[in-house]
Each structure stands twice: as C-alpha cells, then as structure tokens.
Design a protein around this ligand. Structure first.
Ligand code: GDP
Ligand code: MG
Length: 442
C-alpha cells in the first residue's frame, strides 16, 4: 500500500486510553531527563504540565505500553515546541539592501565566530555581498579577531578606526555598506560575562542607530539554568528575532534550546557545531528533541508500532472500499483524518474519483468547525444506525440532531455527503482491485 495512504490512518485500532496515573508515572521520568539536559526548571515544569493535560485520555497504540506512549507524546510535543510555526526559521530576513544584522549575546558565547560563520553562509549559499563590522571596543583583540576571520573566509570587514564608539562604528558600517553596494552588513557587538545595564544600554543605542532587520541572540548551548535569564533580558530590552545556539558539538544535551524557545518564543535559527567556519547548521527540532529527551529507542519503537497499525488499518479499509462498503463509521474515520491533516487532502483526496469531491467540499467551506460538527452528529447515532445509514428516518434524525445540539438540516447534508461518497466507493468496488490500484494507490 502506498506510504502516503498508510501514513494518514491511525486513529483506528486502539486499546484503552492513558489514565492520569500512566501519564504521571511516565512524566516523572521525563522531568528528570529534562533537568539532566539542563532545561531550566520553570520551563521544564510548564512543559510537563502541558503534556500532562494533553496526554491524559489519549489512546494507547496496540503493542506499546502506556509509558512508551507518553514518551512518544512528550517527544512530539518537544519537537512541536522547538519548531514553532515559523516557516523560515533557517533563514535570515534581509529585506532592502543594505540590510543590517545585529549580533548580541554574552561574552564568550560565540558572537564573533557566529558572525563570520553566518557571513560565509550568506556569501556562499545566498550569493550576497556581506560587510562585517566589529563594535567590540572593550577588548583590543576583538576587532582584530573579526578581521582575521574575514580574511580567512574572504568576507570584507569594516576598517578599524581607533577611538570610535559602537554607535559611531555602526553608522560608519551603514555608510560603507551603502556606498560599497553590500546586500548585508553585520554588526558584531561586545558582550559581558553577565547581563548588566551598561551592556544593555550600549546594545540598545546601537539598535536604535542601525534598526536591524534581524537581531540574533547568540547563546552558548552548554549554558544551563542561566540561559533563560539571558534570553529574557536580551529579548525584553533589545527585542531579538532569532537565536543561534553554539557549542552544540559538545556533550551537552541541549536543554537550552527548549528554554530559549519557551521564554522568547523566537525561532532557533542555527546551531554552531565547532570552531571551524563551516561548523554551522540549520536548526533541526527532531535532532535536538531526541538529544534532550535521550529516549530515542522508545520513540522509534512507538512509531514503528503505529506504522504497523496504520498499514493494517489502511489495508482493512481498502478491502471494505473494494467491496463497496462505506458506512458512517468509515465516514467518521475520513472526517477525523481530514481534521488531523487540516484539510481535504485526507485519504479521500488520494482515492481515484474522490479528488473532485474533495474539491467540492472544500469549495463548500468545510473547515475544522464543520468537520467537528459532522463528527458530533455521527457520534450521536446508535451503532446500528452507523452501520446501516438507511435506518435514518425522520424521528431518528430529530433525535440525532438534538443529541449533537444541531439542526436536522445539517444532518441531512451529512447524509447526502455520505450517500455520494458511498456511491463512489461502490463504483470503485466494481472497478475491482486492479482498477483501483491502477488508479494511483499501488
Ligand atoms: P564572543 O565573545 O561571543 O564573540 O565569542 P567568540 O566568537 O570569540 O567565541 C569564543 C570561543 O568559543 C572561541 O574560541 C570560539 O572558537 C569558540 N566557539 C564559538 N562557537 C563554537 C561552537 O559552535 N563550538 C565550539 N566547540 N566552539 C565554539
Ligand atoms: Mg566577540
């Protein structure tokens, strides 16, 4: 069976649901794992609470234990939290040239190194013309460090003029970038060993001067509980647009990633994986989630079990369809899948002959709300009615609609939709297995 098809069927075979105790027991272990990975305490606490609410009552996949199921839920939630909903997390926004990018963070976090790594990436892959400027007036060697890296990667740096303030350097960088036809200019600021007001005031002044398109907070991925404090401070005072986590080549478990994301809500854009200039990677939520949780075996075990069941269910369903069978339970499954996939491209859209109907339904404005109501209507039917929709006469309809708190009209629409779909299924059944497979499912 096609991967696409089996990939979307899963709600079907389940045994029991997760009890509050199942969830609590498993989450105790997760809590330890998170803290060992250096996720900050309040972030870990919030995360656990959220999963607790989400997981309780969820179905358990056949052949896995409740504990394993919870770990899988935790993993998925972790990935979702880390990924957020930004479509261009792995990119830097560079609007009208010359676009300023401001690099901020504590001293030693890897700002200067990351500035050069990003510049190299932008020139190499992005084919951009980049100018780098060091605003680090606190240490004499800092400006030289950026110049050396610039020479090494073939990216221009702003000439050093002794005695200028960070704001003056930022101004000069902008002028130079405009005159020189650069697409981007990067401002590498000074850091302090810990957050202090003088640092923030200096970075604020630079920000007000440069009006950066991106403000990237560079954080040492090995920082533990402090990570939250750092992120909070920089985000509140400067307003960051993204995060780069460095030293992810070390043996830290990367809990800072979750802390960063939870506290700032800003995307983690890249991770630093070494001192070399090409040791920068786009952020992969899956990878970091696995590392934070450290329970990859369990996650893949549950995934395998789910795939197995999906495949079995898809097969079962195909057999029913081939016999032309399509009752209200089948419709409910379809509707649930549509909800899960956020649209009409559920199984139905993949079946030959059904694509058109899927489009019609979409045109008719069938969204999540409608799907939810339709499912409520089916839930309000008796077992017999679901198996045999021909039973649905006036008095039964009234009872069902009332049970779902909806109008009979809406039920009539559902019944009509079911009839149309059942007709298509019957036709497909007549086409036989071969015809169906040729239709694009094989
Ligand atoms: P800054 O003070 O924030 O500008 O930090 P630097 O860029 O000067 O980096 C401080 C040290 O950390 C340097 O020795 C870098 O080579 C090193 N460093 C930066 N990023 C990484 C990374 O991703 N992995 C490792 N292992 N070292 C890094
Ligand atoms: Mg530096």
């Amino acid at each position: 069976l096609s991967d696409r098809l089996s990939g979307v069927l899963d709600k079907l075979t389940r045994q029991g649901a997760l009890s509050e105790e199942d969830v609590s027991t498993a989450l105790r272990e997760v809590r330890v794992a998170l803290l060992e990975a250096d996720v900050s305490l309040p972030v870990a606490r919030d995360f656990i609470k959220r999963v607790q609410e989400k997981a309780t009552g969820q179905a358990v996949t056949k052949s896995v234990t409740p504990g394993q199921q919870v770990i899988k839920i935790v993993h998925d939630e972790l990935v979702a939290t880390l990924a957020g909903d930004d479509e261009n997390a792995g990119e830097l926004r560079v609007d009208s040239p010359p676009a300023p990018i401001l690099m901020v963070g504590l001293q030693g976090s890897g700002k200067t190194t990351t500035t050069a790594k990003l510049a190299l990436r932008l020139t190499d892959r992005g084919k951009k013309r980049v100018l780098m400027a060091s605003l680090d007036t606190s240490r004499p060697a800092a400006m030289e460090q950026l110049a050396v890296l610039g020479t090494q990667i073939g990216v221009d740096t702003l000439p050093i003029v002794p005695g200028q303030s960070p704001v003056q350097i930022a101004k000069r960088a902008k002028q130079q970038a405009s005159l020189g036809g650069y697409d981007i200019y990067m401002l590498d600021t000074a850091g302090r060993l810990s957050i202090d007001d003088a640092l923030m005031a200096e970075v604020e002044a630079v920000r007000d001067e440069a009006k950066p398109h991106e403000t990237i907070l560079v954080v040492d991925g090995l920082t533990g509980q402090d990570a939250v404090n750092t992120a909070e401070n920089f985000d509140q005072r400067i307003g960051i647009t993204g995060v780069v986590l460095t030293r992810m080549d070390g043996d830290g478990r990367g809990g800072a990633a979750l802390s960063m994301r939870a506290v700032t809500g800003k995307p983690i854009k890249f991770v630093g994986l070494g001192e070399k200039m090409d040791a920068l990677e786009e952020f992969h939520p899956q990878r970091i989630a696995g590392r934070i949780l450290g329970m990859g075996d369990i996650v893949s075990l549950v995934e395998k079990a789910q795939e197995q069941i999906e495949a079995e269910q898809a097969e079962k369903m195909m057999k029913r369809f081939q016999k032309g069978q399509f009752n209200m339970n089948d419709l409910k499954n379809q509707l649930e899948q549509m909800m899960k996939m956020g649209g009409m491209q559920g199984v139905m859209g993949m079946l030959p002959g059904m694509g058109k109907m899927a489009k019609q339904m979409e045109g008719a404005g069938i969204d999540d709300k409608v799907l939810r109501r339709q499912i409520a209507l089916i839930n309000s039917m008796t077992k017999a009615e679901r198996r045999n929709p021909a039973l649905l006469q006036a008095s039964r309809k009234k009872r069902i609609a009332a049970g779902a708190g909806l109008e009979v009209q809406e039920l009539n629409r559902l019944i009509k939709m079911h009839r149309q779909m059942a007709d298509v299924m019957k036709k497909m059944g007549k086409m036989g297995k071969k015809g169906l497979m040729r239709g694009g499912l094989g």
